[in-house]
Write a protein of this length. Structure first.
Length: 211
C-alpha cells in the first residue's frame, strides 16, 4: 500500500485536506486500542484505510498489523460495511494461504479496526518488478497453485474474492519457505441462497484484472 491519499473515487485530496488527514491519522500513534494493541508505526495506506504496525500486549508483545478506516470515512455507511465484510470474510476462511485475521473492534476515538498476522515479504507485483520480468515457470506454478488453494477454501465457505490481482497476492517468507497469502477481501461477496453475486450492471473489481 502507498501513501497516495486518494479519495475512494480515485481523486487526490488537495494539500490542505491531505495535511489535515495526516495530522488526524497520526494521532493514533502510541495509542493502545482496547487495552491490548499498541500502535507503533504507519506501514501504508489505501483508498479505504490505513495499515499500522502494532504489538499485542496480551500475547507477549507479538507483532501484528492493524487496519483502520480513514477518518473521513468512519461515518460512511457503505465503506464501513465493506470494511466489516473484509474482516469477516478473511476470518471465516481457515487456510494457510489466506491472511489470518486475529480480531476486530471499534473504538470511540478511531472507529473500527481489525487485526491481522504480521507478514514478512512483498506482494506479487513488487516481486515481478524486482525480477525485471516474468517469473520462472516453476515459481509461477507454485504461486498459482497456492492461490487456487486459497480461493478453493474461500469458495467452499461461499465467499467470492472479486478483486484478485498481484497487489493482493503476498509472498510471505517463513524461514526457507515462501508461503502465498491472499489479501484484501474488501470486495468479497458472502453468498447465501437469497443473494445474487452482483446487481445487474454492477462492475466489481480492478478493471485491468477483470475477466
Amino acid at each position: 500500500m502507498t501513501d497516495d491519499y486518494t479519495r475512494p473515487d480515485g481523486d487526490l485530496f488537495d494539500e490542505r485536506e491531505r495535511d489535515s488527514i495526516v495530522d488526524e491519522v497520526d494521532d493514533i500513534l502510541g495509542e493502545t486500542l482496547d487495552g491490548r494493541y499498541e500502535v507503533l508505526s504507519r506501514l501504508g495506506s489505501g483508498g479505504m484505510g490505513f495499515v499500522w504496525e502494532a504489538r499485542d500486549l496480551l500475547m507477549q508483545g507479538r507483532s501484528v498489523v492493524l487496519k483502520t478506516l480513514r477518518p473521513e470515512l468512519v461515518n460512511n455507511e457503505k465503506t464501513a460495511e465493506r470494511f466489516s465484510r473484509e474482516a469477516m470474510a478473511s476470518a471465516a476462511i481457515d487456510h494457510e494461504n489466506v491472511i489470518v485475521v486475529l480480531g476486530h473492534g471499534v473504538t470511540a476515538n478511531f472507529g473500527a479496526y481489525y487485526v491481522m498476522e504480521r507478514l514478512v515479504g512483498r506482494d506479487l507485483a513488487a516481486e515481478i518488478a524486482a525480477e525485471g520480468g516474468p517469473l520462472s515457470a516453476a515459481r509461477t506454478i507454485d504461486i498459482a497453485t497456492q492461490v487456487a488453494s486459497a480461493l478453493g477454501a474461500a469458495h467452499a465457505r461461499g465467499i467470492i474474492h472479486r478483486d484478485l490481482k498481484p497487489e493482493n497476492i503476498y509472498l510471505a517468507q517463513r524461514g526457507e519457505r515462501q508461503i502465498v497469502k491472499v489479501l484484501d477481501f474488501g470486495l468479497a461477496r458472502l453468498l447465501d441462497a437469497g443473494n445474487k453475486l452482483t446487481e445487474t450492471g454492477a462492475v466489481i473489481g480492478t478493471p485491468r484484472y477483470m475477466a
